[in-house]
Write a protein of this length. Structure first.
Length: 768
């Protein structure tokens, strides 16, 4: 897009005058942010209109979560006006960097939601007609603070700065009906800009409102209170994102959210097709739908219901659904596979429930063995089974994960429908995760191999001949990024990290299977080793954590408390100060990630093998030239395939070994036989840390006591972990180590989300 500075500034000024009765000189930061954003939106209006009107087959990405992060910089970048806008603002004495205060749109928990955001960007950048359908939560993922080392949660008022990147489309509002409630679903459309290609797709987020915003009649009849109550119920549906990641809570409000999202989206899509004169019997000619995990799977019976209302028979409707829907699984954890109480669902959505029953009957009618194949059993509805039965394709998100789905989690289903199961390895958008977050590194790459990699990440391999020559620039830029991160951490967390320290980073949601606890115990092992002299010349290392724990997840919160205690111990010990720092950053989110990922020396990806479906943080670090310290889990396996295992640091039990070990596992035995482990572990109970809450005690017990102690083999993998970790830390700083970093960067091509969405388009969506 050609950028005309004067025109742009004058557009900004017009918006300031019309919307805020302000001008450049007098506008507040917030007003300016809104005006700049709106002016940029206006530039892309024609492209957006074109895409909305186009007749091609489109895919709807149905997701309860879109973790978009901050939009302004990535949008300006993709519109090709980031530098222009920066210059323009500078010329009037303003700094684009000030918009760093703008809140993230954190309408997602973690990996699944961020993946959805990357896919939207990559699809637009690859000119693929993909639109997101989600929920416009009034409050996104909670804001996290630490008080005395404990996590505290606050509401996330993400709209504080306004929402200039959305447009409310009242004319597209639809009514969503529950047995006990009728609400209005109002869409807010966010443009999704392709990278410098003039493509603008849409993320449509639905907000719930009362059907009649203000009922004058009721008010006049003195029923005003009743109206207020209805009001309350209606907005409640989209009030807040559920902060659970990987655990199914079974809350009816969550079911309401899920149904609200899919019913509104499908009604909207069908109504527009009808208005265009399309035949609904040919729905699959114009649409397909990707169900992002089980959360939107209730779309299947809802479409059955809607089509039957249009006069189709169940079989006809079923046939349409089986061509339109596809299902992605993002986790094998049993506690995360959604199941709903049949009575509760039938109370809330009787007609939808009937369609689920019909699916079950159809299945029985086919003569399938009901002990293996069921949707409803013991009055519980298994949403994953419903999805697999109806969907055209089912995919896992990394090779190893898809294999586990096929041979274990959904073994029977795979034997029944082998052609349904496919793998699409996850990816990340290289625009946000290299161009934008690490611009200096991007420039160095451009200078050597040109800019094609911006949209064809495989081209990064052309860097390989330049690796030796690029080392000085690489280490210089990494050093600058580290200094910036250290300053930011000093300001926001109050912890001083010398930037010559190794930055060893573990950032992701807090979950036992991700084993932040393993990392924590290794730190204590090194700490006591340094103190008692058994470890000499320990390479100075800063251990950096970032993670939110689900508010009701006791063990996860205990791990946060433990690591914060370790940080206190280590950071206040003058004797180890030359060797170690520990910091747990507060409120880790997309914007924090952008700062961290480009400044890391070590990427910790240490889940118990078989548990992490893919991981995408691992890819972000790799793309920024960071070695992985990890298990053979999720996409780590493919990272090693691409970059060479010798260029990463792999440890621990493999999936096969995990299965073997678990048969006779005795953590107490491991504890006795692992040097240094006991000392580290017993800090949980020996008074090293004060434990009034009893949390640390519980953490200890989770590893050594009870029915299945140490479920995630923290103790089992400890020895191998510290061995490989120490090897890594001692390699740090050598030329060989720096080369490993760059080989990783140059080998990251496979992990572009552009590749992922193209795979989806070809294998699943059949769109061009
Ligand atoms: C019902 C509660 C609930 C909430 C969230 C269940 C499951 C989830 C998600 C499936 C959790 C999630 O985000 N999974 C992550 O998805 C990423 C994208 O595919 C993967 O990279 C991660 O490995 C996986 O943990």
């Amino acid at each position: 897009m050609k950028f005309e500075k004067e025109k742009f500034l004058s557009a900004v000024n017009d918006i300031l005058r019309a919307d805020y009765a302000a001008e450049m000189e007098t506008a507040t930061k917030k007003e300016l942010y809104n005006a700049v954003s709106k002016a940029a939106m206006a530039l892309a209006f024609d492209d957006w209109k074109k895409e909305k009107k186009s007749d091609k087959k489109r895919c709807g990405y149905f997701s309860a979560e879109f973790l978009m992060g901050r939009s302004i910089y990535s949008n300006l970048l993709n519109l090709g006006i980031l530098d222009g806008a920066k210059e323009a603002l500078k010329s009037i004495g303003k700094d684009l960097g000030e918009f760093e205060e703008v809140e993230d749109a954190a309408l997602g928990n973690g990996g699944l939601g961020r993946l959805a955001a990357c896919y939207l960007e990559s699809a637009a950048s690859s000119s693929l007609p993909l639109d997101g359908y989600g929920i416009r939560y009034r409050y996104g993922l909670f804001r996290q603070t630490f008080e005395d080392g404990f996590q505290h949660e606050e509401g996330d008022d993400w709209l504080k700065w306004g929402d200039p990147w959305s447009v409310r489309i009242d004319r597209d509002a639809v009514v969503v009906e529950f047995a006990d409630q009728k609400v209005l679903a109002v869409p807010y459309d966010m443009p999704v800009f392709g990278y410098k290609n003039g493509v603008v797709n849409t993320l449509r987020l639905w907000s719930s409102e009362p059907v009649d915003a203000f009922d004058f009649e009721a008010f006049n009849d003195m029923k005003g209170e009743h109206t207020a109550e209805e009001n309350f119920h209606a907005t409640k549906i989209t009030d807040v994102l559920y902060p659970n990641d990987n655990t199914m809570a079974g809350k009816i409000l969550r079911l309401r959210q899920q149904y609200f999202l899919v019913s509104a989206s499908l009604q909207d899509i069908l109504a527009k097709d009808k208005a265009k004169g399309r035949k609904l019997s040919e729905l699959d000619k114009y649409h397909c739908f990707q169900l992002n995990d089980t959360h939107p799977v209730i779309a299947i019976p809802e479409l059955l219901r809607l089509l039957k209302n249009e006069g189709f028979s169940f079989e006809e409707a079923f046939s349409i659904c089986s061509k339109c829907f596809n299902f992605t699984n993002h986790t094998i954890m049993a506690e995360a596979l959604e199941k709903w109480d049949a009575l509760a669902l039938s109370d809330l959505l009787p007609d939808v429930y009937q369609e689920i029953v019909h699916c079950q009957e159809r299945m029985s009618g086919e003569g399938l063995d009901p002990t293996k194949f069921f949707i409803i059993r013991d009055n519980v509805i298994h949403m994953a089974n419903l999805a697999i039965y109806v969907a055209a394709k089912v995919n896992g998100v990394a090779e190893i994960h898809t294999n586990i789905l096929k041979t274990d989690t959904f073994k029977e289903w795979n034997e029944l429908y082998p052609e349904k199961f496919v793998n699409i390895t996850n990816g990340i958008t290289p625009r946000r995760w290299l161009l934008l977050n690490n611009p200096e590194m991007a420039k160095e790459i451009d200078a050597r191999i040109g800019t094609e990699w911006h949209t064809d990440l495989k081209k990064l391999k052309n860097l390989k001949p330049y690796i030796n020559e690029m080392l000085p620039a690489f280490t210089r830029i990494k050093g600058e990024n580290k200094a910036k991160l250290a300053a930011y951490i000093k300001e926001h967390e109050g912890v001083e990290i010398p930037s010559h320290f190794i930055f060893d980073v573990q950032v992701k949601r807090l979950h036992e299977y991700k084993r932040q606890l393993l990392n924590a115990l290794s730190i204590l092992y090194f700490y006591y080793g340094i103190k008692d002299g058994t470890i000499e010349d320990f390479p100075p290392t800063a251990f950096i954590f970032g993670a939110k724990a689900a508010p009701g997840y006791y063990m996860a919160k205990a791990v946060i408390k433990f690591i914060n205690e370790i940080a206190n111990l280590v950071n206040s010990d003058a004797e180890v100060a030359p060797y170690m720092r520990v910091v747990f950053v507060q409120n880790y989110n997309v914007s924090y990630a952008e700062k961290i990922v480009c400044a890391a020396d070590v990427s910790e990806q240490i889940s118990m093998a078989g548990m992490e479906a893919s991981g995408t943080g691992n890819m972000k670090f790799m793309l920024n030239g960071t070695v992985t310290l990890g298990t053979l889990d999720g996409a780590n396996v493919e990272i090693c395939e691409e970059a060479g295992r010798e260029n990463n640091y792999i440890f621990g039990a493999t999936v096969e070994e995990v299965a073997q070990v678990k048969k006779f596992y005795c953590p107490r035995e491991v504890l006795e036989n692992t040097i240094g482990l006991k000392r580290a572990l017993e800090t949980l109970i020996d008074g090293t840390f004060e434990d009034e809450s009893g949390m640390l005690q519980k953490l200890y017990e989770s590893l050594v006591a009870g029915f299945s102690p140490d479920r995630y083999l923290v103790l089992y993998d400890f020895a191998d972990y510290v061995r490989v970790k120490e090897e890594l830390l001692r390699d740090y700083g050598t030329e060989e180590f720096n080369k490993k970093c760059l080989v990783n960067l140059a080998s990251a091509g496979k992990f572009s989300a552009d590749r992922s969405v193209k795979d989806y388009a070809k294998l699943i969506w059949k769109i061009k």
